[in-house]
Design a protein around this ligand. Structure first.
Ligand code: 6PG
Length: 243
């Protein structure tokens, strides 16, 4: 994998602070350009520290929340109140604690059947963004130990999607549906930012960044026009060869 910036931090706390600063600066650029700041949040556990950082000073007051529009890169097909729901956690840790207008929060409607949820979210993206595919200012991503990102899992149908913006992706192992943004949307973003933390991710991070033998879904994240940034902590980076 090439054409990316790798930033290594002492620990998750300092990674989250740096990511919060990057989000703030990107939001200020968008507002200065006279438009809304659009960000798609990642799911899973890693972003929790970032959410807490953004919910605290100085970000809680410095962020232009009234001009910030929050979306999700993917969602589990579990009820909106379920603690495994990505939006539930972001709202709990961040969005319920800052002055963001409710109409600026675009949850993936997993109360609908998966295909309907994907279709409705896709229509919301098409209605909100002027460009096709939508160009987010920032898309945050995590990295799974199988090399998945968002809900683009190995051997899943969504990996082949070149036109749809949002898909209901069936995962054969756990026999569940996930709703996910597709590569065309993610790769159109101005800034694509992976946050990877912990020793348990060191092997997959090395494979994704430095092994070209096997292709992982995360390796297909290649920005069309924007920047790809890997923000990782030292534990996750422990196996990377110095280049
Ligand atoms: C999800 C995610 C997923 C996640 C990775 C890493 O809904 O689970 O969007 O892609 O980012 O699985 O998850 P952790 O941060 O929990 O390791």
């Amino acid at each position: 994998m090439d054409n990316y910036e790798l930033l290594v931090y002492e620990d998750l706390q300092s990674l989250a602070r740096a990511c919060a600063q990057m989000v703030l600066e990107a939001s200020q650029q968008a507002v200065k350009a006279g438009r809304k700041f659009t960000i798609a949040l990642s799911g899973g556990n890693t972003p929790a520290t970032l959410f807490k950082t953004l919910a605290a000073e100085p970000y809680s007051t410095q962020m232009p929340w009234a001009s910030t529009c929050v979306f999700w890169g993917d969602e589990r097909c579990v009820p909106l109140y379920d603690e495994n729901n990505n939006a539930h956690n972001a709202i709990e840790l961040l969005l319920s604690r800052v002055n963001i207008p409710p109409e600026n929060i675009f949850r993936i409607p997993v109360n609908l059947p998966p295909a309907k949820a994907a279709e409705q979210y896709e229509n919301e993206l098409k209605a909100f963004f002027e460009t096709n595919p939508p160009q987010f200012d920032v898309i945050l991503l995590g990295l799974g130990n199988d090399g998945h990102t968002a809900s683009l899992f190995p051997a899943s149908a969504a990996l082949k999607e070149k036109n749809r913006l949002v898909l209901a992706n069936y995962l054969h192992g756990p026999n569940v549906f996930r709703i996910t943004l597709t590569y065309p949307v993610i790769n159109a973003a101005h800034k694509i930012v992976f946050m990877v933390s912990g020793k348990t991710k060191s092997t997959i991070l090395k494979s994704v960044l430095q092994d070209n033998k096997k292709q992982y879904p995360a390796q297909v994240i290649q920005p069309e026009h924007g920047k790809l940034i890997w923000m990782v902590d030292k534990d996750a980076a422990q196996d990377l060869q110095a280049v």
